[in-house]
Write a protein that binds this ligand. Structure first.
Ligand code: CTP
Length: 457
């Protein structure tokens, strides 16, 4: 008996899939079809699969070609399946030509010609309107956004705006976009905007984009005043628009797994949080020279505040900042302490002092620890009183990780059943409030006049 195996996602089952399975079956006597799980698809960057695993399995079953259906959950499984099921022929579409030649030592590998002009990607795009995104700002993070957006099907970054035409043109050329000189034209040609301009310009751009009826993802810190955050979220809600603060950790699968583990009660009640993020920055860079809007807390604070908001909420009893300032008065290191009715948190950021970038969540039964870079959570451990008992969790974090927030934003735009914000309005507003408090207490800057803050240690 000749045993054949093939694998696929088989999302929105189409003629290409049917023809592939038919030919795969014809190669032998017994056909096994591996259907990928949702988490495996996510792990390999397929973020927008529409059909559930059950539906996809059902559709494969309905063709009548599969003698057995298995699920594909991990990298490396193909090799072990071939051994386990005594496979004679591995087959897959010609879009994978050459990529499975490594299996040739173990079975025959056949690439079947792909059916032209049909794919799940095409059907997904038809089902959902492609969202045209315009980028405001052309810095490093905007470049990252570009490369990440390309891995999310259903969005297309089409244009860029920067008040400095030279920067806009350069960015447009690099990423093959349209650069607009007139911001009205820019808004006219997009469905959503991604704002990656300097912090202090976010508020005006968000307002303008919303007023033009556009959905918005804005880089963190979204705004630096609580009232401004309240105002823009209120406007968005009233006009049925989506406004996302782009703190990538909030949307990253590993961080969600961690929240899930902690909320399931494994470590008991959470009582203490410590989070640290430091990144030594060149003293000449904007982050350490912009006297009004630079400094460690404004730059990195959003990341460390996130776990505090997630575990303890937005209603803290007190918050206290301790800063070490550089010669120009900007904080090169800031420690922030919170007291809550049921717990305490200490979060640390630094652009000029290095420390261990770790996240620690302590509970009444145990603790969760994530090493640097915990803000791109891909691995964490759960520890208990018994030091021999350690649980280890992993979850992929791909490239720059902005694809998760873009994909989430897209699901929200398509109202595709995705749960509410991974970062709630309330959390985002509270963070703006904390930034504001920091500015009032520590920055000692009145408008344009930058006085030097007190040095503390
Ligand atoms: N396939 C095919 N002809 C097509 C589309 C897919 O022969 N027009 C084959 C693939 O080569 C693969 C199998 O069907 O062997 C399952 O492919 P899958 O990745 O699930 O389908 P795609 O339509 O290629 O999905 P996507 O657009 O998400 O990549």
């Amino acid at each position: 008996m000749v045993k054949v195996i093939t694998y696929g996602t088989f999302d929105l089952f189409h003629e290409g899939h049917y023809r592939l399975l038919k030919r795969a079956k014809a190669l032998g006597d017994y056909l096994i079809v591996g259907v990928t799980t949702e988490s495996f698809d996510k792990a390999r960057g397929k973020l927008n699969v529409i059909d559930s695993l059950m539906t996809r399995i059902e559709n494969v079953k309905r063709t009548g070609f599969a003698d057995e259906i298995i699920i594909e959950e991990s990298v490396g499984q193909k090799f072990s399946d071939i051994k386990k099921y005594h496979i004679d022929i591995f087959t897959i579409g010609s879009d994978w030509e050459g990529q499975f030649d490594y299996l040739k030592d173990h079975c025959k590998v056949v690439y079947l010609e792909r059916t032209k002009n049909i794919s799940s990607t095409m059907l997904r795009a038809k089902k959902r309107k492609i969202q045209r995104i315009g980028v405001i700002g052309t810095g490093r993070i905007a470049g990252r956004f570009m490369s990440e957006a390309r891995s999310v099907s259903g969005v297309e970054v089409q244009s860029v705006y920067n008040p400095h035409p030279v920067s806009a043109l350069k960015f447009a050329e690099q990423w093959d976009l349209d650069a607009y000189r007139d911001i009205e034209d820019f808004y006219h040609n997009v469905d959503a905007v991604y704002i990656a301009s300097p912090h202090e310009t976010h508020y005006e751009y968000i307002k303008a984009a919303l007023e033009h009826g556009k959905n918005v993802i804005c880089e963190k810190p979204m705004v630096l005043k609580k009232s401004e955050a309240e105002e823009v979220y209120k406007y968005a809600k009233e006009h049925d628009l989506i406004l996302y603060e782009g703190i990538k950790t909030a949307y990253c699968p590993g961080f969600h797994k961690l929240l899930g583990v902690a909320f399931s009660g494994r470590i008991g009640a959470v009582r203490n949080i410590e989070a640290c993020f430091t990144k030594l920055e060149n003293p000449q860079n904007r982050e350490l020279t912009d006297l009004a809007y630079g400094g460690s807390f404004l730059e990195l604070g959003s990341y460390v505040l996130l776990p505090v908001m997630k575990f303890f909420g937005t209603e803290y009893e007190s918050v206290r900042f301790e800063t070490i300032n550089g010669d120009n008065g900007l904080d090169i290191f800031t420690k922030t302490s919170f007291r809550y009715p049921n717990g305490i948190a200490t979060v640390t950021v630094g652009l000029g002092v290095k420390a261990e970038g770790r996240l620690l969540i302590s509970g009444t039964q145990g603790y969760i620890v994530v090493g640097a870079p915990w803000w791109k959570t891909s691995y964490f451990e759960v520890h208990y009183e018994d030091p021999n008992r350690v649980e280890k969790y992993t979850e992929p974090f791909l490239d720059f990780g902005l694809r998760y927030e873009i994909s989430d934003f897209l699901s929200k735009l398509n109202a595709n059943g995705e749960e509410d914000f991974k970062l709630t309005r309330e959390e985002s507003i509270a963070m703006a409030g904390i930034m504001e408090k920091f500015m009032e207490e520590e920055r000692k800057i009145d408008g344009t006049n930058a006085s030097v803050g007190t040095q503390r240690s």
